[in-house]
Design a protein around this ligand. Structure first.
Ligand SMILES: C[S@@+](CC[C@H](N)C(=O)[O-])C[C@H]1O[C@@H](n2cnc3c(N)ncnc32)[C@H](O)[C@@H]1O
Length: 206
């Protein structure tokens, strides 16, 4: 069967994408690294010695950035449903975040350490059915916010990728309810035709 026009277009875009090329030069596993770097530069999110939880971490672009920023005295706990090759300074838990035992494994790995920042780039596999994809994606970010609310230290921060659509406004409201300051970021490295944005909450009310 011949490839569809849209998958050819994706391949062309991917090959010519400056962030894909830059990731190869800089040794990052994904172009997503630049989204976190851009947001971090503007919003000063991750600092040395911090404890960071990275949800939906594979192949590891954000974890690489976070590990570098926290340094050898910090910690990064990463999790994804897919496997991820090891990264120095990163503890990885593989499993479906919608399953309670994955939540429990992350908690056990934290061992009671208070968390400074929870970041989530989780996105479900796209089925093509927009309503179902949006619902699945909102469920993941709700679970991420729930974890953040349980592990963050007071004044901690939360960053999550959210797709604009059904449930977005309510979600933004629920983030506003638990953080002092909430902003929505669309980094240059996020493709403009994608409905993804990044919601950043700072100053967890505890
Ligand atoms: C955009 S990718 C993350 C890229 C990553 N931040 C990076 O910088 O390399 C989204 C990730 O969410 C993960 N994901 C989707 N559903 C998940 C689930 N139920 N539990 C855990 N991870 C999930 C996918 O496997 C995928 O690796």
């Amino acid at each position: 069967m011949a490839r569809s026009k849209s998958s050819n277009r994706w391949l062309e875009e991917h090959v010519n994408d400056p962030f894909v090329k830059q990731a190869q030069v800089d040794g990052y596993r994904s172009r997503a690294s630049y989204k976190l770097l851009e947001i971090n530069k503007k919003d000063r999110l991750i600092h040395p010695n911090m404890v960071v939880v990275d949800l939906g971490s594979a192949p590891g672009g954000w974890s690489q950035v976070a590990a570098k920023l926290v340094g050898h005295k910090g910690r990064v706990i990463a999790s994804d449903i897919l496997p991820m090759d090891a990264i120095a300074g990163v503890d990885f838990i593989q499993g479906d975040f919608t399953e309670n035992d994955v939540f429990e494994s992350i908690m056990a790995t934290l061992g009671g350490d208070p968390v400074d920042v929870v970041i989530s780039d989780m996105a479900p596999n796209i089925s093509g059915v927009t309503v179902a994809d949006q619902a699945a994606s909102m469920y993941l970010v709700e679970l991420a916010l729930d974890m953040a609310s349980q592990v963050l230290k007071p004044k901690g921060s939360f960053l999550a990728k959210v797709f604009q659509g059904e449930g977005y406004d309510e979600y933004l409201k629920s983030v506003r309810a638990v953080f002092d300051k909430v902003v929505v970021r669309k980094p240059d490295s996020s493709r403009s035709r994608s409905r993804e944005v990044y919601i950043l909450g700072k100053g967890f009310k505890g």
